[in-house]
Write a protein that binds this ligand. Structure first.
Ligand code: PEP
Length: 247
């Protein structure tokens, strides 16, 4: 969509302690000084860092993202974190359906739909992650699979802010990036789905994720319908994250 601001989001996964996270943000903020940044920056630290990073991130216009949430509002759910709790400590967004949650923690499409609803109901913005495995891509099922993931997670989705991240599983943490052409084709496919599904579908940012790094960021970000990047490994270093943001 013409005029949509691109977004660069860093997913720290289960990395960085509180002091390491604070040093990262300090270095990032220092690197942004005097720079004209056209893109919106988001960071998804571990829950334990959110409250401490909230003030410096807010002061620099960096949005905070929870990496996961419970769909329940509160109660006897040991080890879980509610959307209200994330909002309370300064998160504006929540990742839902990252492939590591789907694969390592058996999160089903049905569960993810409930999480998406919980995020929206709690006033935060879901970043819904979708993407196929290598096997699914090689068998020609990638496009169908991604649309099925979207359909399921977004059923009964209201008119509310939403981000989608296309993250081919075979590209996450592997060093093997989708080609700009792969990304463009899937993003156009996702856009078609969003526009058919929602009157406001043209305005949903679609991020690409999967071994994005300073060397490939510019070519990915120049593709039509690639409205930003979701970055894992290369977001653990403030310099490479900044290079991506400025690519
Ligand atoms: C991710 O975890 O969302 C991700 C894209 O990781 P990486 O950049 O390391 O592939």
């Amino acid at each position: 969509m013409v005029g949509m601001q691109q977004i660069v989001a860093g997913n720290w996964k289960m990395n960085l302690t509180l002091s390491q996270g604070q040093i990262f943000v300090d270095n990032l903020v220092a690197g942004l000084d005097g720079v004209e940044l056209k893109r919106q920056l988001l960071l998804a630290p571990n829950f334990t860092l959110l409250a401490a990073l909230a003030r410096s991130c807010a002061a620099s216009g960096i949005g905070l993202v929870g990496q996961n949430c419970a769909f329940q509002e509160s109660g006897a759910f040991t080890g879980e974190t509610s959307v209200a709790m994330l909002k309370d400590v300064g998160a504006g967004y929540v990742l839902v359906g990252h492939s590591e949650r789907r694969q390592l923690f058996s999160e089903s499409d049905k569960l993810l739909q409930r999480k998406v609803q919980a995020v929206v109901g709690g006033g935060l913005v879901p970043i819904l992650c979708v993407g196929e495995t290598l096997e699914q891509r090689q068998s020609g099922a990638a496009y169908t699979l991604v649309v099925e993931q979207l359909k399921s997670a977004l059923s009964d989705f209201p008119d509310a802010p939403l981000l989608v991240a296309y993250e081919p599983v075979w590209a996450i943490g592997t060093g093997r990036t989708a080609t700009p052409e792969d990304a463009r084709l899937m993003h156009q496919h996702i856009r078609k789905f969003l526009v058919a599904q929602f009157t406001w579908g043209a305005g949903v940012p679609i991020l690409y994720g999967g071994s994005a790094k300073p060397e490939n960021a510019a070519s990915l970000l120049s593709q039509p319908e690639v409205n930003g990047l979701l970055v894992g490994g290369a977001a653990l270093d403030p310099e490479s994250f900044l290079q991506i943001a400025l690519a």
